[in-house]
Design a protein around this ligand. Sequence first.
Ligand code: ZN
Length: 136
Amino acid sequence: MTEAATVTDEPRRCLGTNQDGTPCGTGSELIMPSGYCFAHDPHRALDRRTAGTLGGIKSGATKRKGLDPDQLGALETAADAVRWTVLVARSVATGALSAEQGRTVLAAVTEWRKAYEAGELEEKLAAWEAAQQGGH
Ligand SMILES: [Zn+2]
């Protein structure tokens, strides 16, 4: 945790920039091998909106932004569960959520998925049974 960031042998700074053009201030512990933080890594194919939201958090693991409810949306389908999981993972990685908050949300998503998958299985079984009875 040195502040000697001007020294050239301290390359652990994100190569990305924030939406307002200022250099990314993400802490060195979150810089990927690519030289970017999780939010700016081009290989992560992160959508620009999310990058902009997360990029607004400057080096502050203490400054939690939380999740954007508009981005999070409803939790009604398997695709929603994936979106939630990805958003929470990103938010924890960038410090918007604490690891504990992330664990709490992901545990809830996991429980939801179990219930969802059980319901889906019941529907498939019911459909299968109906097909058997209606068949020849
Ligand atoms: Zn960055």
